[in-house]
Design a protein around this ligand. Structure first.
Ligand code: NAD
Length: 335
């Protein structure tokens, strides 16, 4: 029995998480769910977007399965997602984007994993105004040698563990010579320890163009925090959109699994949100827990339903009569 903290989240969160939990429960893995609150819904109920009880639950279980959280704008709160990543030092954000047979896009054979540094860079939250008139603002990026080395090391180990051939570092060291230069030097040093994995370097703007024109050049991509955030939405677009891409946030002794997308307030409550991304996050979680058979069973069932194109949400098939609930049930039935 595995203990997992379950945060259903805001907006479309509860509906896609209910569907995903039903599928995980049907996969054969034994999970004891500890439900906890976070986000806008937690704020409305408890007055804080990240209650102590939620932090204590993750401190106990060390594994969380999380729905999207609405970021509270302009109320002095930083992003809860960023807070959770910092609190548990979830330094590696892994976002795989793979083509689906049944989802028509410009390319049939995209298979790119973005490994994004998750705790440093421009997202450390060191931002302020320099003038009383608030007409000049400054944001600081923090990059450390240790932080850079551990994320690149993670990317190479991931490549080996998952039979990948190549790691590409995406950077902007030509302009940001200190922060990005440090990251690139660390990447080169670590790459030298892994002669069996091909190593490539790309400046991030050129990488965007190459990814759109020739995505087959990329296998595992390792990059700093903000570039990883942007590149992983780009790769999501290559394979059919945000409704399909999971994200794992991995730390030394804790991990959090989720979808890459947000709480999608525009479609909340309509039973049309695609649950695939969080479900694939669930597959990553089962693998992390060592439940490989259950993970494979779940992934096969998700692929069967998505590629079948019938019991799917309208983002995958505009003619579909079915929604989140029906898609979830079809995946349970497929198992
Ligand atoms: P979003 O990802 O919520 O939505 C972007 C677009 O994609 C919308 O049109 C939405 O309808 C669509 N979409 C997203 N998920 C979908 C799904 N599963 N199925 C079908 N369509 C889907 O991004 P946003 O609108 O910029 O952000 C909304 C809120 O979510 C903000 O408060 C943002 O800060 C937050 N957010 C949270 C996370 C997270 O918790 N990990 C990630 C990103 C954004």
């Amino acid at each position: 029995m595995h203990n997992v903290t379950l945060i259903k989240g805001d907006g479309i969160g509860p509906s896609i998480m209910d569907a995903a939990v039903a599928v995980i429960n049907a996969s054969g893995a034994k999970i004891h769910w500890h439900e906890a609150d976070a986000g806008m819904s937690a704020y409305e109920r408890t007055g804080t977007p990240l209650p102590d009880a939620t932090m204590e639950s993750i401190a106990q279980t060390r594994v969380a399965f999380k729905g999207p959280l609405t970021t509270m704008v302009g109320e002095g709160f930083r992003s809860i997602n960023v807070e959770l990543r910092k609190q548990y030092d979830l330094y590696a954000n892994v976002r795989p984007a793979k083509s689906w047979k049944g989802v028509k896009t410009r390319y049939d054979d995209v298979d790119i994993v973005i490994v994004r540094e998750n705790t440093e860079g421009l997202y450390v939250g060191l931002e302020h105004y320099l003038t009383p008139a608030k007409d000049i603002a400054e944001s600081l990026a923090v990059v450390t040698k240790a932080g850079s080395e551990r994320i690149v090391e993670y990317a190479f180990k991931y490549a080996i563990d998952n039979n990948r051939q190549k790691v590409t570092v995406c950077h902007k060291a030509n302009i940001l010579k200190y922060t990005q230069g440090l990251f690139l030097r660390a990447a080169r040093e670590i790459a030298a320890k892994y002669p069996d994995i091909e190593f490539d370097e790309k400046i991030v703007d050129a990488a965007c163009m190459h990814m759109v024109m020739k995505p087959e050049q990329f296998d595992v991509v390792v990059t700093t925090n903000m570039f990883g955030d942007i590149l992983s939405d780009l790769t999501a677009g290559l394979v059919g959109g945000l409704g399909l891409i999971p994200g794992a946030n991995i730390g030394v002794d804790a991990a959090l699994f989720e979808a890459v997308h947000g709480s999608a307030p525009d479609i909340a409550g309509k039973n049309i949100a695609n649950p695939t991304a969080v479900m694939m996050g669930g597959v990553m979680m089962l693998n992390h827990l060592g439940e490989h058979e259950a993970a494979t069973r779940m992934q096969n069932a998700i692929e069967k339903v998505v590629n079948g194109g019938v019991y799917v949400t309208p983002d995958l098939n505009p003619d579909s009569k079915y929604g989140t609930k029906e898609m979830g049930q079809a995946i349970v039935d497929a198992m």
